[in-house]
Structures are given as structure tokens and as C-alpha cells.
Design a protein around this ligand. Structure first.
Ligand SMILES: Cc1cc2nc3c(=O)[nH]c(=O)nc-3n(C[C@H](O)[C@H](O)[C@H](O)COP(=O)(O)OP(=O)(O)OC[C@H]3O[C@@H](n4cnc5c(N)ncnc54)[C@H](O)[C@@H]3O)c2cc1C
Ligand code: SF4
Length: 565
């Protein structure tokens, strides 16, 4: 870890070390570039820093959350829904949650690792249903990079030949657990597709990393590096080249430009001293996460770019989307008092339910996938959500309470829908003219409104999940939410799939970037996170962030070799 740049000027300066920044750094250093990375958070190496082997009784808190670890004190990711000294604001009437990591590797330290390719239709949906916009590139343009990511990072899954859910280079998937077999049986009866999960966890050794030993604690960070994180799969290997310098606790403020409008580097705050610093680069890649990269661009104002860098079109901050989501959990009596069995596995579901229906017969566009949870995971503070919620109502003290917990442990199954939102004019972020963070950097203000498309979609999710639980002979814990309750739709941003704020396109007037994620009005500025997405699909975004970041890095390498950059 460095505290100061080693050189006067770098070939490439990257802001942010998560999925996008990590992949860009890996590919660029491998191609021979000298790269400097600015990361707002501290150092992290899962081999040493992970709490994978901790037991709840190792802590008086029993794993309960802390201010900077809202997902539990053993969770690997430092960050949260609110960060001290780093506010964001919301327009009146807006509900929006923004999850920000502040550490090496960003959110890749505890993401769910559901690793899905977008399908051919996902890049050209406007042509199909007239909504949103088409991407300026096709599945065939991205497919070679999905292939490379599969092979470098590692992913398990199964070849299914499903339309619009492309297969990849899969390692063997783990067998379904007991409750997952019940879900599969119910899905088959109701005609819902249910296939082995696709997660970036290795079940065979790969590139010096050991296969998963099924401890189920992926969110705590993996000491054997058997799952994907940016630090252990991309950054620490890239540092071995000697061409990657990482400066931690460096909060980027803005991209600087010269008189010709070319980016010259990045100015940042050294968080340890509070000093303003600047690093020079021939190319700048922003990968600070979709909204943060938009913030940096909007804050990079100069006489030549009065509305922010790369924002001549005015679209930076616009077209923000998140996956509409909702959850339903139920109690499955046949899973109580079970025969003891092995429920070990990876830190995530072993099954996955891709979108399976035809929109022509539905009252909403696009689709959603279903994530399934349950099983005999390690109990910790607050597990099972309170024994009093189990029907008929249980609870109490002492031996009887312990017996109740044993009886019900593993008898809950839950379904989470993750859908596709159509970008709309009411969902965007902009710079708040009145509020600054602790370093004087203007902050983002969010605007959010789901449309009827998403409300109808989550109503369908709710009904489907209730039907599945009924088919399993179970009892749902909650009432069907009403229209007034938005059918139980998630708060914008809370599914943590925010993308689209720096969209790519085929025209400089309607997009910020071209199809190589290069700013139309600043040729040596690139974006390598979820910002360039034109639409989000019914899949989780990170496999596409990784593939696009690698593609962008290859383009930068070609342009550098051609002497253009
Ligand atoms: C609990 C959870 C589960 C998830 N599950 C899945 C899943 O199963 N599948 C999936 O596809 N996605 C999932 N995601 C989303 C996934 O984590 C993100 O899509 C992905 O990490 C985004 O990568 P990124 O590079 O854009 O940003 P990040 O990973 O957030 O990295 C951004 C980095 O930039 C740094 N940074 C920010 N601002 C600055 C600044 N001004 N200066 C310097 N550095 C800065 C941050 O500290 C951070 O390290 C999940 C996320 C969470 C939180
Ligand atoms: S389940 Fe596997 S990949 Fe996850 S932390 Fe345990 S060993 Fe590592």
C-alpha cells in the first residue's frame, strides 16, 4: 500500500477498486500500462483479514451489526447506507437508499456472487418492446469478454440452452440442498424454471486458488480465495506485475483537464491528513460505482465544461435504475423436526430461477428472476427473525424456547424477486447545490419514482412466491401487500443494483459515452462501473460490469499502442 504516487505521471489513473476498477487494473497492467489506483477506503486482503472462521460466541455482540458493518460484524464489507461525513440528499417525497462501500475491493467483498450474463435480447429491448433504449453494442460484442471473465474468475453453473440466459464456461455446480429440492419440485409443478445457481465461486482449483470447502460464509470474505473479490482475484495478482500502485484513503474530488479539454489527472483528498493532492495520468478511468462516478464527472467543472466533464449531452446522472424487488417468506411444516442432514454449501443458494414467461400475456414489460433462501445456516444474533412469528405463536424462556428453536430451525424458505426497471425521467441524481461532504465536495441529490411497469411486476412476484409456498404446503408469514403499499416494492436503490447514470449510446447528444465507454467530449476519459449501462435486464449487473471493464481496458490498450491516447 502506498501513501504517495511513485511517478510524476501514470499511463492510467483509475478511481475505485471494486468490480469495474479491479478488472480495468488487471487487464491494463497485464497489457503493460503503469497504473495508479485511487481508493477512498482502506486496505483489505481476505487471506488475512476475513472473519470466515469466527463463531458467534467469539464476540459479545454474537455477530450483530455495527455502524460500518450493517450486514453483521463479521461481514467483510466496510460501508453502509449512511457514511459519517459523507451525506447524500433526497428530493421531497423521494425514498432512495444508497449503499456505499469504503474499502479495497468495494462491494465485491460481500456481494451475493450471482453471476449472470445479459442475454442477446437485453441489449436490444427497445427494438423488441419499444421501451427504453437499445445498447450501442450487441451480445456478440460482449460475449468474448464474458468468456474471459468466466475463465479467469471462475463460475459454477450448468449448461441449459435457455433463450436469453446464455450459458458460460462453468465449473460443476453443487447439489441442491434439502429445502431447495422441495422448491424445485414446487417450481416444476407450477411451470417455473428452476436450474442450478450460477455463482462466481470455484468448485475446482483455479489459477492457484483452492476449491470451495463449503463453509457457507462467503459474505465474510474467503480466506482460501475460493470466491470472487476484486482484491484477491484481480488487484493483489496485478500488483505482482510491479505496474499497479494503489493509494488507499484517497477520496477523488474531480478529474482535471487542460485547455484542450483533455483529462490531465485526478485531484483527491488524502483522508489521513485532509490535504488536497493531485495525480497526473494520460488516461483516466472512473470506476467509483455508477452514482459516485456521475458525481465526480458533475463536480469536474471548468470554463470549457461548465456542466461537468463528459456531460455536454446533459445525461450524466440521468437514467438511473435499480432492480425492482420484493420478498416473501413462509414456514414449511414438513421441514420441522427434520432428520439431521448436511446442509453445507457455498455462501448462497444452490438453485436459481430465471425469467420464464412471455410478456405478451402479462400486464408489465420485461421480467424478473427469483433468488431462494432458507436452510440450516449458522445461527447468529437475530436469526430466524424472531420465534414469535412462527404459527401458532411460540416464544418464552429456557429449555422450552431452545426446543422451539430446534423444532423450527431450517423450516423457513424465502423468495426474492429481482426485476428489470425501464429507465424513466423521474429517477436520476444531480449535484445538490447546498450540501457538501466533510471535505467540501458537493454531494448527490436523488430523485425517485417507480412506474406502473414495476408495480405490476412486483405484484406478479408476490403472487408467484405465495403460490410456490402454498405448493410446498407452507404458510406465508405476511399478508399480500395492497396497491397502496406498492405491492411490497423495494425502496429505490435498496437492491443495490444501481446502474445507468453515465449511459453509453450511439449519439453524442443522447449519451455520455460511446460503445467503448469513452466520453464523447473527453477522449481520454472512460467509465468502467455500472454507469455506462443503457438498461439493466432481469439479471444482476456485476458479470456485465466485469466484461465491459475488460473490453474498455482492451480498447484503451489498442488506442495507446496506436498512439492515439
Ligand atoms: C449485499 C450485496 C449483494 C450483492 N449481490 C450481488 C449479486 O449477487 N450479483 C451481482 O451481480 N451484484 C451484486 N451486488 C452488486 C455488486 O456488488 C455491484 O454491482 C458491484 O460491486 C459494483 O462494482 P463497482 O466497481 O461499480 O462498485 P463498487 O464495488 O462499489 O466499488 C467502488 C469503489 O470505489 C470507491 N470509491 C467510491 N467513491 C470514490 C471516490 N470519490 N474516490 C476514490 N474511491 C472511491 C469505493 O470505496 C469502492 O471501493 C451486491 C451488492 C451488495 C451490497
Ligand atoms: S463457502 Fe466456499 S467460497 Fe464461500 S467462504 Fe466458504 S470456502 Fe470460501
Amino acid at each position: 500500500m502506498q501513501t504517495q504516487p511513485k511517478r510524476l505521471e501514470y499511463d492510467v489513473v483509475i478511481v475505485g477498486s471494486g468490480a469495474g476498477g479491479g478488472m480495468a487494473a488487471y487487464a491494463l497492467t497485464e497489457a503493460g500500462a503503469n497504473v495508479l489506483m485511487l481508493e477512498a477506503g482502506g486496505w483489505w486482503d481476505n487471506s488475512k483479514d476475513s472473519a470466515m472462521l469466527k463463531m458467534p460466541y467469539d464476540s459479545p455482540r454474537r455477530g450483530a451489526s455495527t455502524a460500518d458493518r450493517p450486514f453483521g460484524e463479521f461481514d467483510a464489507c466496510v460501508g453502509g447506507w449512511s457514511l459519517e461525513g459523507e451525506p447524500y440528499t433526497k428530493a421531497e417525497g423521494t425514498k432512495f437508499d444508497w449503499w456505499r462501500a469504503r474499502m479495497l475491493g468495494g462491494r465485491t467483498n460481500h456481494w451475493g456472487r450471482i453471476s449472470l450474463r445479459f442475454g442477446p435480447k437485453d441489449f436490444r429491448h427497445k427494438t423488441i418492446d419499444g421501451l427504453g433504449d437499445d445498447w450501442p453494442l450487441s451480445y456478440d460484442d460482449v460475449a468474448p469478454y464474458y468468456d474471459r471473465v468466466d475463465k479467469l474468475v471462475g463460475i459454477f453453473g450448468s449448461v441449459e440452452n435457455l433463450p436469453n440466459h446464455p450459458d458460460g464456461f462453468f465449473q460443476p455446480a453443487p447439489r441442491p440442498r434439502c429445502y431447495e429440492i422441495l422448491v424445485k419440485q414446487a417450481s416444476d409443478k407450477l411451470g417455473v424454471w428452476c436450474i442450478p445457481a450460477r455463482l462466481s465461486i470455484i468448485t475446482k482449483p483455479l489459477n492457484g486458488r483452492a476449491a470451495c470447502h463449503y463453509c457457507g460464509q462467503c459474505n465474510r470474505g474467503c480466506m482460501t480465495n475460493s470466491n470472487f473479490t476484486s482484491p484477491n482475484v484481480l488487484l493483489i495478482p496485478a500488483m505482482k506485475s510491479g505496474r499497479l500502485t494503489i493509494i488507499n484513503n484517497a477520496m477523488a474530488r474531480e478529474v482535471t483537464v487542460d485547455q484542450s479539454g483533455k483529462a490531465t489527472g485526478v485531484s483527491y483528498i488524502d483522508k489521513a491528513t485532509g490535504e488536497d493532492r493531485h495525480v497526473q495520468g494520460r488516461v483516466v478511468v472512473l470506476a467509483a460505482s455508477a452514482c459516485e462516478s456521475a458525481r465526480i464527472m458533475l463536480n469536474s467543472k471548468s470554463p470549457r465544461f461548465p456542466h461537468g466533464l463528459g456531460n455536454a449531452s446533459g445525461v450524466v446522472g440521468k437514467y438511473l435504475t435499480d432492480s425492482p424487488g420484493t420478498d416473501v417468506a413462509g414456514f414449511i411444516p414438513k421441514l420441522t423436526d427434520h432428520v439431521e442432514h448436511n446442509c453445507d454449501g457455498v455462501g448462497g443458494g444452490h438453485i436459481y430461477m430465471p425469467w420464464w414467461l412471455d410478456n405478451k400475456k402479462l400486464d408489465f414489460p420485461r421480467g424478473y428472476h427469483i433468488e431462494v433462501w432458507g436452510g440450516l445456516g449458522q445461527p447468529s444474533y437475530g436469526f430466524m427473525g424472531g420465534i414469535q412469528s412462527y404459527p401458532p405463536r411460540f416464544g418464552g424462556y429456557g429449555k422450552a424456547l431452545k426446543a422451539d428453536y430446534r423444532h423450527f430451525w431450517g423450516a423457513t424458505v424465502g423468495f426474492s424477486g429481482r426485476g428489470e426497471q425501464i429507465p424513466n425521467d423521474d429517477c436520476y441524481c444531480e449535484i445538490d447545490p447546498a450540501v457538501k461532504d466533510q471535505w467540501g465536495i458537493p454531494v448527490l441529490k436523488f430523485h425517485w419514482k417507480w412506474s406502473d411497469h414495476e408495480h405490476n411486476q412486483v405484484r406478479h412476484m408476490q403472487q408467484t412466491f405465495r403460490n410456490l409456498i402454498a405448493e410446498m404446503g407452507g404458510e406465508v408469514f405476511s399478508q399480500m401487500p395492497t396497491k397502496q403499499q406498492g405491492y411490497g416494492i423495494s425502496t429505490g436503490g435498496s437492491i443495490i443494483h444501481e446502474v445507468g447514470t453515465v449511459r453509453m449510446g450511439s449519439s453524442a447528444t443522447t449519451s455520455a459515452l460511446n460503445s467503448n465507454c469513452q466520453a464523447w467530449d473527453c477522449k481520454n476519459l472512460f467509465v468502467a462501473d455500472g454507469g455506462p449501462f443503457v438498461s439493466q435486464a432481469d439479471k444482476n449487473p456485476t458479470w456485465t460490469i466485469l466484461a465491459l471493464a475488460w473490453r474498455t481496458a482492451d480498447y484503451i490498450t489498442q488506442q495507446r499502442k496506436a498512439g492515439v491516447l
